[in-house]
Write a protein that binds this ligand. Structure first.
Ligand SMILES: Nc1ncnc2c1ncn2[C@@H]1O[C@H](COP(=O)(O)OP(=O)(O)OP(=O)(O)O)[C@@H](O)[C@H]1O
Ligand SMILES: [Mg+2]
Length: 246
């Protein structure tokens, strides 16, 4: 479970709020989509969920554990795939995966089983001995995904995970996300691909200028906004100020 309570993040001295009093809850077994325009505060929120950034105020709980007060225990639960998959170029894929497994204290048996399974699934077995520097964007994204799953996290958080993936890899990722949810894990991801959010998610939240502007199942959002689809909801709720009220 992920719980954000009144979470705010201000960057720099200007005090501009990238995230503004965000409160939301994602239950176990949910596949939760986080959408919003560029600069809305999605990555900032995700960095606070994963303990990379400390909130200016508010609380983040992961299965009840406060990520600021008890970061080690909170981080153990998380598998995190950042945006852009900026990995260590000098390592081979295998060295990277072993590095990740070491950090999370994954047993030899489990790392072999998970690596075999996911390398095969994402068709990376042949390339895993090569340096990451030689990998394509999609291959890096897949490697980062595998690295995040080796310790069998109960909370899987991804920032724009479909970026750079070909249609088959995106399909495989979506299937894996569903599988993890079916096992009772919590899956949270940001995306600009509204089609994916619409088809895949049990619930969706939308932020704009750091504030939560909508949250619910697709059906709830559609009926609340009197809209036919997520694209229409997105366009309506992110309309520039001044133009929204007549
Ligand atoms: N390190 C930083 N210092 C100052 N301002 C920042 C910093 N990082 C982000 N911001 C600002 O915070 C706001 C939210 O940025 P964030 O990266 O969270 O948006 P996002 O929703 O992830 O956008 P995108 O869809 O483009 O990835 C933006 O206005 C951005 O300019
Ligand atoms: Mg972002």
């Amino acid at each position: 479970m992920i719980e954000l309570i009144d979470v705010t993040k201000e960057y720099g001295k200007s005090g501009v709020r990238a995230v503004d009093q965000l409160t939301m809850k994602v239950e176990k077994g949910e596949l939760f989509g986080f959408i919003g325009p560029n600069g809305a505060g999605k990555t900032t929120t995700i960095k606070m969920l994963t303990g990379i950034l400390i909130p200016t105020s508010g609380t983040v709980l992961l299965d009840g554990v406060d990520i600021v007060r008890d970061p080690i225990n909170a981080k153990k639960m998380i598998g995190f795939v950042p945006d852009g998959a900026d990995l260590f170029d000098r390592l081979t894929g295998l060295e990277y995966l072993n590095f990740m497994a070491d950090i999370y204290g994954v047993s030899a048996e489990q790392r072999k089983q998970k690596m075999d399974e996911y390398l095969q699934l994402f068709e990376l077995t042949d390339a895993v001995g090569n340096r990451i520097a030689s990998y394509s964007k999609g291959m890096r994204q897949k490697l980062a995904t595998i690295g995040a799953l080796l310790h069998d996290p109960t909370i899987w958080i991804m920032d724009e995970p479909m970026m750079g993936l070909d249609p088959k890899a995106a399909f495989l990722l979506k299937e894996e996300m569903k599988r993890q949810c079916a096992q009772g894990k919590t899956v949270f991801f940001s995306t600009h691909v509204l089609d994916v959010a619409e088809k895949l998610c049990t619930r969706i939240a939308m932020i704009n200028h750091g504030k939560l502007v909508a949250e619910g199942t697709l059906e709830e959002l559609k009926s609340a906004e009197h809209a036919a689809n997520l694209e229409q909801i997105f366009l309506e709720l992110t309309e520039t100020e001044g133009a929204e009220e007549e």
